[in-house]
Design a protein around this ligand. Structure first.
Ligand code: ATP
Ligand code: MG
Length: 499
């Protein structure tokens, strides 16, 4: 949950407190309706700097400042009750008030992708570790430090998938999908796992929508997946997006570029952070991805990949640009964009939204003509992208309504009417009408309050008197107008009036 914070009240002392044994200091930020709000070191600094911020909070209700690791998580939905067992850090629940957005995005993805000739594939969440260490590359952030890897009871090293492309390629090879048609257009929706530092837009379990084309070397496929991606993002309602593209070269030209980069960054190594010192040895291209200020300064004059790519790669890239233009897409050439995974060759692209703060990439993708060989297969080219669901959902238009509202709330007053309400609600459910009932048959006022809270469009009120007359009252919850309707043929009448 989030709160708007104000600075530490005068005279308050910040006390050290430990969160789940992680040794961070907790401080009092503010009090909201008698609830004491505490915040942590880094957020506190932000708060002092900017005078306000919105962050995840831990708090106590009784105003007693904990001096040990006793801070309780405040859960708004449970009216301040302490949460017992909590979800693993970086793993999120998607609650019913959010799920409408997720379902809408997934449904639109299926419609759009299937229209472009793609078929869904479902792949396991767990794979042999080797698939990723070989496919993604040993010298990548993912394989070096972000994988959830463990040994199972039989001694096999397994990894929770950090991305889907390698698994999809494995499935394509394992089931010899190429014998049916060498060209496969596949998409997949599901959770990925990376041990990263959780923050806004970055989680340890996050969802991706992936689409891949296997078996086509032609740059037309590169343009086609980008066109599909942009069409999809616009269809779900995203605006102000920027498509950035680059060519990363291939096995022929990238080694020379890598060497040049290594030389260049070695001369600037005093400016590089610890991680980049390591990247300089293992994978100098990764330095471009570093957010540290001094590294960014070093990157400014680095040689550009566009000055090194070979004629074949240049021709391929020119064609991609031509096909994008033919499809009416505008793009920005970003020679500094490298993708985090080793397997990319030639075309790389990202779609960036400036609404997102520092985690601004909604989606990224590219061509990977070496991946299949790396995982021990045939020489098959591929191109695809992965969209981050959490980041995409956070960008959906605010005015669009995603919450599922009941069509009808059935309010019964008394035991006889409640039984009748049960009969009606069963019929409604079997007719797939979203309807809700108050099981306790409370006062009309409290039932109407609940109907309002659930945003029901209509309420059907059943009282003893009305039932005796063979009637019920149908109330339009928005206009508050109501009318009597006969109980005979009720289902038909309701359907015609409320659907
Ligand atoms: P980033 O530079 O943000 O770490 P990445 O290059 O690691 O991204 P990809 O592996 O290309 O990302 O994944 C594609 C998309 O998945 C990203 O553009 C982003 O929207 C999303 N994504 C990646 N990692 C995370 C994460 N830890 N939490 C939430 N979304 C993520
Ligand atoms: Mg990453």
């Amino acid at each position: 949950m989030t709160f708007s914070l104000s600075p530490l009240p005068a005279g308050r002392q910040a006390l050290p407190c430990d969160r789940r044994g992680e040794g961070r200091s907790l401080r009092l930020a503010t009090e909201v309706r008698g609830i004491s709000i505490l915040t942590f070191g880094s957020q506190w600094d932000k708060l002092v700097r900017s005078k306000s911020c919105s962050v995840g909070i831990y708090c106590r209700r009784d105003g007693y400042w904990p001096s040990t690791n006793r801070a309780l998580q405040f859960d708004k939905r449970r009216k301040g009750a302490p949460v017992g067992i909590k979800a693993v850090r970086g793993f999120n629940d998607v609650l019913p008030d959010e799920i409408g957005k997720w379902q809408y995005v997934e449904k639109t993805a299926r419609e759009v992708f299937e229209g472009f000739g793609f078929s869904e594939i479902r792949i396991p969440i767990l794979e042999p570790t080797e698939l990723f260490s070989r496919g993604i590359g040993e010298a990548t952030d993912i394989v070096e430090k972000e994988m959830y890897t463990f040994t199972d009871r039989s001694g096999n090293s397994l990894t929770l998938r950090p991305e889907a492309t390698a698994s999809m390629a494995r499935a394509y090879l394992e089931h010899q999908l190429y014998t049916f048609d060498p060209v496969a257009k596949l998409y997949c929706i599901g959770p990925m796992f990376r041990y990263e530092r959780p923050q806004k837009g970055r989680y340890r379990q996050f969802y991706q929508i992936d689409a891949e084309v296997f078996g086509v070397e032609n740059p037309m496929a590169d343009a086609e997946v980008i066109v599909m991606l942009i069409y999809f993002l616009k269809k779900v309602g995203l605006e102000k997006l920027e498509l950035q593209i680059n060519s990363l070269g291939d096995r022929v030209c990238r080694p020379r570029y890598r060497e040049e980069l290594k030389k260049f960054f070695t001369s600037k190594s005093f400016q590089l952070c610890e991680d980049c010192q390591r990247r300089l040895q293992t994978n100098p291209l990764r330095i471009f991805d570093c957010k540290v200020e001094t590294c960014q300064a070093a990157i400014a004059d680095a040689p550009k990949v566009s000055d090194f790519i070979c004629l074949e790669c240049q021709k391929h890239f020119d064609k991609v640009k031509e096909y994008l233009e033919m499809a009416g897409l505008t793009y920005i050439l970003n020679p500094r964009m490298v993708r985090g995974l080793d397997y990319y060759t030639r075309t790389a692209f990202e779609v960036v939204s400036y609404q997102l703060g520092s985690q601004n990439a909604v989606t990224g993708g590219g061509r990977y003509d070496n991946l299949f060989q790396e995982i021990g297969g045939l020489d098959i080219p591929g191109i695809g992208f992965a969209i981050g669901m959490e980041r995409l959902v956070s960008l959906l238009p605010k005015e669009k309504e995603f919450v599922l509202r009941p069509h009808l709330f059935v309010a019964a007053l008394g035991e006889g009417p409640l039984k009748e309400a049960y009969r009606i609600i069963n019929q409604l459910h079997l007719a797939e009408v979203r309807a809700e009932l108050d099981y306790e048959s409370k006062s009309l006022k409290s039932q109407m309050r609940r109907a309002d809270k659930l945003k029901a469009r209509y309420a059907l009120i059943l009282g003893e008197e009305e039932l005796k007359k063979g009637k019920a009252v149908l109330r339009n919850m928005e206009t508050k107008s109501q009318e009597e309707i006969p109980m005979a043929n009720l289902l038909e009448t309701l359907k015609s009036k409320i659907l």
